[in-house]
Write a protein that binds this ligand. Sequence first.
Ligand code: UTP
Length: 215
Amino acid sequence: MKIVISLGGSLLYPLNEDYIKQIVNFIKNCKEKLYIVTGGGKIAREYIVMARKSGVSEKYLDKIGIAVTRVNAMLLASYFKKKVPCSIEMAARMAPPVIMGGTTPGHSTDAVAAKLASVIKADFLIIATDVDGIYDKDPKKHRDAKMFEKVGVDELQKIAGRGWKKAGANVVIDAIACRVIKRAGIKSVVLNGRSLKQLENAIYGRRFKGTEIIV
Ligand code: UTP
């Protein structure tokens, strides 16, 4: 199977040696063809917020975000002595495991992962983040937030809104990723990437805690 995993930056930073080792071992031991796209998380947002004060363009701010996502990719890739591709085309030509960050301004790494999944005709797209799935409202802010076991891509598009908001937008899944998932009919799930057990369960079609996106 070809599997694309969008690994949220919030899982990688603050750096935790234990978790980095777990994820590296998971990539090393997985029998499937893995394509990992790392996010920028809080650190990317902090840089973007600070740089925005200079009055620079949103495109420039996106580029700062992309740089951070690539630092995270380089960290994981260092364990595999592999190059980090800068584009989807380059990633699609490489032998897995492939580890990459962002590509061009105007979307998040979830969209990169969805586009890559579409180009390589992946069997599965996993969006691994720091919450258990997709909720009706932000679970970090609302204790009564309810998690969906399944959500239709049309419903998800309503939650995600339209188009790209702004650099560092912290949305559950960006609108561009939703559109690609819908158009390409990619089998996709959102789950908590801190639990590699859940990641494995999802890959092998076992029961897992998370949200299935129905296309
Ligand atoms: P992320 O993909 O990390 O955004 O990219 P995120 O939504 O904060 O995701 P998590 O929290 O890691 O899961 C960080 C920022 O980098 C820019 C965007 O500004 C994004 O908000 N970026 C990233 C791009 O413009 N293009 C890309 O391909 C990737």
